[in-house]
Design a protein around this ligand. Structure first.
Ligand code: BES
Ligand code: MN
Ligand code: ZN
Length: 513
């Protein structure tokens, strides 16, 4: 088994470029063009059809293209064209071409490309008008669909299996054909952003998919150091002794139940003047959550290796911000440890003192995310942040409330929450707001400490955020609960890389990019 957890794939080897030229003369492995339903070829497809003597129309008439949006048909070595193949995609009726159908068509085309095994592509779906969608949105979504279709995780499979399972490693070159020369620059920018987002997602996905024995707190710290080296960031990893000195009693109480040493990662990207207040991103880094003494049931417990997806996503977002050279300062904070039962683990009823001085009665050791995040939120104060956003697979209740479609968002600043909602919408990585009324705080009352770490079954996602809000009083703060969106279960089990797209859009929007 070849496992390289310290050096996850950090950049995509694919070259993304915007091109403008005569399509019939394009030499490439494959040209991708659209058909609007089963009767109408797009303008580019028509031009190709004319050049190859009506072979594309013949394909339509012959019934080779499926009726569904995203259905595809391939023409091999069409006479009269310089390309090896033409891939025809059904984008559906022009009057129904909206964001959803464009993504469906794109995903279908990407899947077919992958199965075909070509290595260079000219993509001509850019000519279609998509309702309420700008060209740069379409370009970026296409790159994201590429990242999704071609992502594979085989670090932990033996070579034999890997070779059999999949021969497609990715495209060497992806060319986006623009309709007018003037669009080239905009398209190229969107391609670059998309490329950085999928590289960030890939990093997040790789880390998420690695099992708990291979992705430990030390692995996350090594990854942060590797990122710092490769992207010119500054990094500091605080060890147990440092955390003791800082008084992070809440974080340390969780870490104590495990033999793996805890780490507290501080990774900084400086893209603007040092005087500019940074945006602080905090990621929950529980590399395995067994629940502790409040042990989780056995079914699907393996999925708790994904309990560090918040940490992975802020690393991925920071990598993208650095690659895009966004003119802002970002600090990533990652408290990371395991949550296991042991003779030294937290017990229900234990009371710990957080770094803020507030004491916490631990009524359920499985509500450990908030226990490690609260100390990180206090630590964030020293950066005089412009705002703080924490990202965490925090509550099963969030999966019940929002399913696997939207992440939850809550915070103490409506403008910040609105920024995150907007970023999620444009990135097609949505989040949805839940209320954080003062009344919810009552559920956290403890007879013995300043607060309890759980608030009962009612409003579980909200009371978790209410707990965190007590440590985020000194700055603008928002919390993303990604318990339902960070990974998929079942036969498609795997990390999604969310909410890297949302975070990158959020950061870029802060500086008008
Ligand atoms: N990591 C879990 C949250 C989780 C559970 C995410 C299932 C995705 C799927 C978190 O640490 C946890 O265990 N939360 C508890 C809190 C409860 C004890 C108040 C939960 O949601 O059950
Ligand atoms: Mn837990
Ligand atoms: Zn957890």
């Amino acid at each position: 088994m070849t496992v390289a957890p310290n050096a996850p794939s950090l950049s995509v080897a694919t070259a993304f470029s915007a091109v403008y030229g005569v399509i019939e003369k394009q030499r490439s492995g494959c040209i991708v063009v659209g058909a609007m339903g089963l009767r109408k070829l797009s303008p580019v497809a028509q031009a190709l059809d004319t050049a190859c003597g009506g072979a594309l129309i013949a394909l339509l008439k012959g019934g080779d293209l499926g009726v569904a949006v995203g259905a595809t048909a391939v023409l091999y070595r069409p006479a009269g064209l310089a390309c090896e193949r033409v891939l025809l995609v059904n984008v559906g009726k022009a009057s129904e071409l909206d964001a959803r159908n464009y993504r469906k068509a794109t995903q279908g085309a990407m899947q077919r490309l992958k199965d075909t095994g070509v290595t260079d592509v000219v993509w001509c779906l850019g000519e279609a008008e998509v309702k309420r969608c700008t060209m740069d949105w379409r370009v970026e979504q296409t790159v994201l669909a590429y990242g999704d279709a071609y992502y594979r995780f085989d670090q932990t499979k033996s070579e034999v299996t890997t070779k059999e399972s999949d021969r497609s490693v990715g495209l060497r070159s992806f060319k986006w054909q623009v309709v007018g020369r003037a669009q080239k620059e905009v398209a190229q920018k969107a391609l670059n952003r998309g490329a950085s987002i999928i590289a960030g997602m890939r990093l997040a996905r790789d880390l998420g998919n690695l099992p708990g024995n291979l992705c430990t707190p030390t692995t996350l710290a090594d990854t942060a150091m590797y990122l710092a080296e490769s992207h010119g960031l500054s990094v500091e990893v605080l060890e147990r002794m440092d955390l003791e000195r800082l008084g992070m009693g809440s974080f340390l109480s969780v870490a104590r139940g495990s033999d793996e040493p805890p780490k507290f990662i501080v990774l900084r990207y400086q893209g603007a003047d040092a005087s500019q207040r940074p945006i602080v991103l905090v990621g929950k880094g529980i590399t395995f959550d067994a629940g502790g003494i409040s042990l989780k049931p056995a079914a699907e417990m393996d999925e708790m290796k994904y309990d560090m997806c918040g940490a992975a996503s802020v690393l991925g977002a920071l990598q993208a911000a650095a690659e895009l050279a966004l003119p802002l300062n970002v600090v990533v904070l990652i408290p990371t440890c395991e949550n296991l039962p042991s003779g030294r683990a937290n017990k229900p009823g234990d009371i710990v003192a957080s770094m803020s001085g507030q004491t916490i009665e631990i009524l359920n050791t499985d509500a450990e995310g908030r226990l490690i995040l609260c100390d990180a939120l206090t630590y964030a104060e020293r950066f005089n942040p412009a705002c703080v956003v924490d990202v965490a697979t925090l509550t099963g209740a969030c999966v019940i409330a929002l399913g696997h479609v939207a992440s939850g968002v809550l915070g103490n600043d409506d403008a910040l929450v609105a920024d995150l909602l907007k970023a999620g919408e444009t990135a097609a990585d949505p989040c949805w707001k839940l209320p954080l009324f003062e009344e919810y705080q009552e559920q956290l009352k403890s007879n013995f400490a300043d607060m309890a770490n759980i608030g009962g079954r009612a409003g579980g996602t909200i009371t978790a955020a209410a707990f965190l809000s007590r440590f985020a009083k000194k700055y603008r703060w928002a919390h993303l609960d990604i318990a339902g969106t960070a990974w998929k279960s079942g036969k498609d089990k795997g990390s999604t890389g969310r909410p890297v797209p949302l975070l990158v859009h959020f950061l870029a929007n802060q500086v008008g990019r």
